[in-house]
Design a protein around this ligand. Sequence first.
Ligand code: SF4
Ligand code: SF4
Ligand code: SF4
Length: 205
Amino acid sequence: MLKITPYLGILVLIVSIGGLWYPALGYFMLLIFAAIFLSSPFRGRWFCGNLCPRGSLVDFGVSKISKKRKIPDAFRSLWVRLPIFFLMMGFMGYRVASTIGGLNTFEKIGMIFVMMCLVTTSIAVLLGTFLSPRAWCSFCPMGTAQRFIGGNKYQLKLEKDKCVNCKKCEKVCPMQLKICQTGANPDCIKCGRCVSICPRDALHF
Ligand code: SF4
Ligand code: SF4
Ligand code: SF4
């Protein structure tokens, strides 16, 4: 992760709450979309583990009060994730398209982004508190998009001959991935926690 990663969570609070008074803040979401679509073809879900303000909020804020339970397997299922992706993107596209051309279009579209950010952040915080900090990130539409765009890029590599199966890597993985069994996973967010903690230097990108 980057040195600034722990401090980015404040941005999602500024957009979600400040945006209710200043809808223009919602356009910050366009910057997020641009960063996602520029980084994911080369680094998969790297954005999620290093630059996403919501990811930072749940990792470094919500995790302090989280129950830290197991993330349900259904959350990772594409049968769940794809309908959520198409429903949310379709709904947002419909709201934006039906707003264009009316009065105060700039503010109204900004408010659509603000509400989208507020609703999804609220769900992420609730799931993060009562389940696991990264529960939302298991099926977040933007995470799913990055998985499909670059899930096979910049993958984690496990040197099996060095591994002593201590599972320290899995204990620190915020996405609760089975690193020792499956190694590379398209939902790895490239946070690097497993690499740092491995006592045998068996993991690298
Ligand atoms: S899955 Fe979504 S909320 Fe989580 S870090 Fe990635 S883009 Fe952000
Ligand atoms: S922390 Fe390293 S040695 Fe331990 S299980 Fe993970 S990869 Fe293997
Ligand atoms: S496998 Fe390692 S780099 Fe990937 S999300 Fe888990 S801890 Fe982070």
